[in-house]
Design a protein around this ligand. Structure first.
Ligand SMILES: [Zn+2]
Length: 199
């Protein structure tokens, strides 16, 4: 790395930790932040601090939220007979974009991946099973990513949940295999939801 003043080097190093940010982009962002007014640059720092201080996991569904329970879990208008299971909180946005789903959510915090040391214990599966015990649930829609890990997680959950008498479905085709639901547009996601099949 060129000889940057220590505070600049530190800023570049921090920016490089962000996903998708390499050395060049980090440098460009760092010099941009140094060029704008202190207020503009510190607004970013404040937003990060504010979000980190106020955002936590919903104690029911593990979605990221500033209220507990989150807006979905506490909503009086959501359909409480269906839970859509996703890997990460941002996957909820992909489902919400369709405007056709009004049930609840459960965030697993990842997908099963034995090679990376992610087993059932590392995911929020126990709390999902606890939520099924009230008896009001009719369907679990497994909305994990269409990757090997996402599919393995879907199969695992279906074997666990079906004996409890709850219908388990998996979102349908349309989303490219190996991709993240994050990148599915509304129409694709809607078709995937509508085309869900029993597991
Ligand atoms: Zn919640």
């Amino acid at each position: 790395m060129p000889d940057f003043a220590a505070p600049i080097a530190r800023l570049i190093d921090e920016l490089k930790r962000l996903p998708g940010i390499g050395q060049k982009t980090a440098q460009r962002l760092a010099f941009h932040l140094l060029r704008v007014t202190p207020e503009e640059a510190l607004a970013l720092a404040d937003a990060i601090r504010d979000a980190k201080e106020k955002i936590r996991e919903c104690s029911v569904c593990n979605n990221l939220t500033d209220t507990d329970p989150c807006l979905y879990c506490s909503s009086p208008t959501r359909n409480r007979k269906t839970i859509c299971v996703v890997e990460e909180p941002h996957n909820i946005l992909a489902v919400e974009k369709t405007r056709q789903y009004s049930g609840l959510y459960h965030v697993l915090g990842g997908a099963l991946s034995p090679l990376q040391g992610v087993g059932p214990e590392q995911l929020k599966i126990k709390s999902l099973i606890e939520r099924l015990k009230g008896g009001a649930l009719e369907e679990i829609i497994i909305c994990t990513n269409p990757t090997a890990e996402g599919e393995a997680t879907a199969v695992y959950l279906s074997k666990l949940i079906k004996p409890l008498g709850v219908r388990v479905t998996r979102i349908g085709v349309g989303i490219p295999v190996g991709s993240d639901l994050e990148y599915a547009d509304e129409v694709t996601m809607l078709k995937a939801l509508e085309g869900r099949r029993d597991l």
